[in-house]
Design a protein around this ligand. Structure first.
Ligand code: ADP
Length: 423
């Protein structure tokens, strides 16, 4: 058309320029209409005139509708999920990486006092002010659940778990375990009461027996083996009662009140002396590699009890002239105690249960050696109270290594300083 007009008028260039300007104006108007159509999500009237722009508008409209449907579906899934989680009896709080509340269900308000949406963005450690929860959140090691009193009702107890999910988010889940806690408390009180009641009669009984044993030559010969047996059993009963009492005391709290710096090398020296006496004519070979300065914050009495249980077990379950190695050292992960023997070893299936109270691989052998089956349970509780863990490696017929790993925080301050200074 522009060419025809240009041919007739003889002004080709001017005609083409006018036509181009008109086309640009037309395009601009239609693109404007397309933009208005895109901006108005309610209006589905495709802008005129038909052509490429109309096709683009139709395609965009189709994609927009599909996106809307998907969004609706997702919103309904989310709503269903939130309704289901809201109805869960367990308190559930979604936390961001820095421990801020993102969402919480109704049970969270009941059990933890965390309200949603009021507490949105608040740090969980500001809402639940318990040192145990603060350590649990900041340590970022959440292998097992912790037990805390409910912040909303001191008579109820909660088991708290932290599960990482998605991108740097955490689910803070708390379950009401008051009934279980009560049952455990009743069991523990019962054992403690019975042990306590038995303690006095056994002490009296042992006192008289000791006098009789001291004067055994005055007793008829036929009675003498009986006296020895009575004495051995009375001693065993006393050890059993003392260990049961110790265990129920250890169970009361999962931390040591008033920890003090404990020089473990000193304990190892004392325990080694007693271990040599127990070994007697079985002539075990003992080796000791210890850091003489390394101190742990905790209870000397409890640590002595745990270490002696491990070392005496090594002696009892290692045949004559066996080798028992003790190591006490620190590295950048913490402090470590190793008790290694080349004794009878422990089968894999027993390993899992070995720290349960009264669990023994060979009951008669254990009893014969004065064992109560409570030693490793005591070790485990003592370690828990010192923030430490027990790892056991063993092979039947080859020997065993019991390793206690104490965290850096359990090391007495001067020892941590020494580690950070160049040698
Ligand atoms: P016990 O009083 O019977 O020694 P423990 O709780 O100390 O009770 O140990 C539980 C069981 O673990 C023992 O009966 C024994 O079977 C096994 N055990 C412990 N230490 C060792 C060891 N160093 N080597 C082999 N077996 C061991």
């Amino acid at each position: 058309m522009a060419l025809v007009i240009g041919g007739v008028s003889g002004h080709y260039f001017a005609a083409l320029l006018v036509a181009a300007l008109l086309y640009i104006a037309w395009l601009h108007r239609n693109l404007g209409a397309l933009l208005a159509f895109l901006r108005n999500t309610q209006d589905h009237t495709v802008p005129e005139p038909p052509g490429v722009l109309e096709d683009i508008a139709l395609e965009i409209d189709y994609l927009r509708e599909r996106h809307k449907k998907r969004k609706k579906k997702l919103a309904s899934y989310l709503q269903q999920f939130q309704q289901a989680t809201r109805a869960l009896p367990d308190a559930t709080v979604v936390l961001s990486e820095d421990g801020a509340v993102r969402w919480a269900n109704e049970a969270a308000a009941r059990h933890l006092g965390v309200r949603w949406p009021e507490d949105l963005g608040q740090r969980i450690t500001n809402l639940i002010r318990l040192p145990k929860v603060r350590d649990f959140i900041t340590e970022h090691v959440h292998a097992s659940a912790i037990e805390i009193p409910s912040p909303t009702d001191a008579n109820r107890f909660l088991s708290v778990l932290l599960a990482p999910y998605g991108k740097n988010q955490f689910l803070f889940v708390a379950r009401d375990i008051t009934d279980l806690h009560r049952a455990n408390q009743i069991r523990s009180d019962f054992v403690a009461n019975v042990s306590h009641e038995l303690r006095t009669p056994i002490t009296v009984f042992r006192g008289y027996l000791e006098t009789l044993v001291d004067q055994r030559e005055q007793a008829p010969v036929a009675w003498q083996p009986a006296l020895d047996q009575l004495n051995a059993h009375a001693n065993r009963m006393q050890t059993l009662v003392e260990e049961l009492l110790l265990l129920s005391r250890l169970e009361q709290e999962d931390h040591v009140d008033d920890p003090e710096p404990v020089l473990v090398s000193e304990i190892l020296g004392e325990v080694l002396k007693m271990a040599r006496d127990i070994s007697a004519n079985r002539e075990h070979f003992f080796s000791l590699e210890v850091d003489p300065q390394l101190e742990i914050l905790g209870s000397r009495f409890e640590l002595t009890s745990a270490i002696s249980n491990l070392v005496f077990n090594a002696v009892n379950y290692t045949s004559a002239r066996g080798v028992i190695q003790l190591r006490w050292y620190q590295n950048d992960e913490g402090a470590h105690l190793e008790v290694q023997d080349n004794g009878i070893g422990i089968d894999n299936e027993d390993l899992e249960r070995i720290t349960e109270r009264f669990y023994r691989v060979d009951s008669s052998r254990s009893r014969g050696q004065g064992g109560t089956g409570l030693g490793l349970a005591i070790v485990k509780h003592v370690l828990v109270r010192h923030g430490a863990t027990l790892t056991i490696k063993s092979e039947l017929g080859e020997g065993s290594t019991f390793r206690c790993d104490f965290p850096l925080t359990a090391i007495a301050p001067q020892a941590v300083l020494a580690l950070s200074q160049p040698a």
